[in-house]
Design a protein around this ligand. Structure first.
Ligand SMILES: [Fe+2]
Length: 205
């Protein structure tokens, strides 16, 4: 089952994991700068918004409108466009982005959820302490697979119903918006800071 889920994830999200920034001279943006921006935004709106986040802070869904995030937003769209090409999307479409920041302190996690009305969802990790910060996990989307659980001591490729992806700083993960996912509790002593996004392919004209 795990193999099947991984295959599903890989097939649909070919080239879905891309290493982006590492504060090198070649990188088009800096994680250090993104970290400063994230903290500045949180300080300007400590309440934030509440969605899947538990004990964590989430910004309004508006990074696509903030010039400070232009480089990041452009890069996310480039990656999604590459995936769309590899999946034979029609050419006469443009891509709309909605993005937001997450700051998850120790003890915070994200409940399982999905993103309706978008083709791609994803996350870019700015800062974390792995592996204690927790993994993003994806649940088997086949409803029938939940009809009966296996009496197992530990999951195998045949019996597992979800997969985890361990986050890495500077890495972008993209997956289908319909795929249910969540993020484990941050059990490290550092904030887990990321940008999440949805992308919708819209016909031109
Ligand atoms: Fe999500």
């Amino acid at each position: 089952m795990r193999k099947l889920l991984l295959t599903l994830l890989c097939l649909i999200t070919a080239h879905s994991s891309a290493s982006l920034a590492a504060d090198s001279n070649q990188s088009i943006f800096s994680n250090t700068k993104l970290l400063e921006l994230a903290k500045r935004l949180r300080d300007s709106d400590p309440q934030g918004v509440s969605n899947s986040n538990v004990k964590g802070w989430q910004s309004p869904n508006n990074l696509q409108n903030l010039p400070e995030f232009d480089d990041m937003n452009r890069r996310i769209l480039q990656v999604c466009q590459r995936i769309a090409q590899s999946q034979h999307f029609k050419a006469n479409h443009h891509f709309r982005l909605q993005a937001w920041l997450n700051i998850s302190p120790p003890g915070a996690y994200n409940q399982i959820h999905h993103h309706a009305n978008c083709h791609f969802s994803g996350v870019y990790y700015i800062s974390l302490k792995a592996p204690e910060c927790g993994s993003i996990f994806f649940r088997d989307p086949r409803i029938a697979s939940r009809m009966m659980s296996y009496p197992i001591d530990q999951p195998s490729d045949f019996t597992s119903t979800e997969i985890q992806m361990r986050p890495e700083e500077g890495r972008l993960y993209v997956f289908p918006g319909w795929l249910e996912h969540g993020v484990e509790e941050n059990k490290s002593d550092r904030d887990r800071i990321s940008i999440s996004f949805n992308v919708l392919a819209t016909p031109n004209g």
